[in-house]
Write a protein that binds this ligand. Structure first.
Ligand code: DO4
Ligand code: MG
Length: 255
């Protein structure tokens, strides 16, 4: 089941049919029983015939006041890429250590206001010479710490700033339009499909300059463990989104 936030109202898509949802977006995605609520919306049967048009023409980012957090170095590829680049500046060891440690890397990524939605433009810093998109499975987490849904996130990163010194990470990661999220929230009562794959294609002027893919089963941590660290000494009254790290690392600066 997929939930979309549009300027005409909230829509639930199930088996190619769209249903109107009468709840406020944040109240809805903050519910610990989101899956059951979606089931009753379908039973209610208020179908919207031109739902496809709503999600094409009136789509909004699926986030209102939630914070976006991110974890990293959760895939071997990310650990290796960053380790190599930080070796020159003496920071390589941190990535090796965090990859194996109990405590995950967690960093604040974005407020809802700074983030953009599906097919909106992200930004590249003017003071950066190497920039990559990081396509990441993103968890939608309720205020109680329950994972209620999933979406797609782009953790845009300045690799040149991050590579210069790990202490520059907040500047490499957090700036206006550095996070993209959406298009929808995928709701399931089963564990996230372990055979799901993430694909990335980068094109310049219509020419493909990079493509890559990774299976989400390559993540070395359990989602619940990362969420436990995130929620251990912080509250999220409006819920929160958590990007789960990238496994696709373009190695060359692309021009
Ligand atoms: O430690 C740097 C950031 C890691 C990251 O964003 C990722 O692995 O996705
Ligand atoms: Mg990342």
């Amino acid at each position: 089941m997929k939930l979309y936030r549009t300027s005409k109202g909230v829509l639930l898509e199930f088996e190619d049919t769209f249903y109107l949802v009468h709840s406020d977006w944040s109240d809805l995605i903050n519910s610990d029983s989101l899956y059951q609520e979606c089931e009753s919306i379908i039973k209610g049967g208020e179908e919207i015939k031109n739902g496809k048009e709503w999600i094409t023409d009136f789509l909004m980012k699926p986030i209102e006041g939630q914070e976006i957090w991110a974890t990293g170095v959760t895939y071997f590829n990310s650990k290796m890429g960053r380790q190599e680049e930080a070796e020159a500046t003496g920071g390589g060891d941190f990535y090796e250590r965090v990859y194996h440690a109990d405590r995950p890397e967690l960093f604040f990524k974005s407020t809802a206001e700074r983030a953009v939605g599906h097919q909106e433009k992200v930004a590249i810093r003017k003071d950066s010479t190497w920039d990559v998109p990081e396509p990441e499975l993103t968890l939608c987490i309720s205020p109680s710490g329950k994972i209620v849904g999933y979406t797609i996130g782009n953790d845009m990163s300045s690799r040149s700033i991050e590579g210069e010194n790990p202490l520059y990470l907040p500047q490499a990661k957090t700036y206006d339009r550095s996070a993209a999220i959406g298009p929808c929230i995928f709701v399931t009562d089963k564990p996230f499909p372990s055979d799901a794959k993430i694909y990335l294609e980068i094109s310049r002027d219509g020419q493909q300059v990079f493509e890559g893919s990774v299976g989400v089963d390559q993540i070395v941590r359990k989602f619940e463990d990362i969420v436990a660290y995130l929620y251990s000494h912080s509250t999220y009254p409006k819920g929160c989104f958590l990007m789960t790290g990238t496994g696709i690392v373009p190695i060359q600066p692309l021009r």
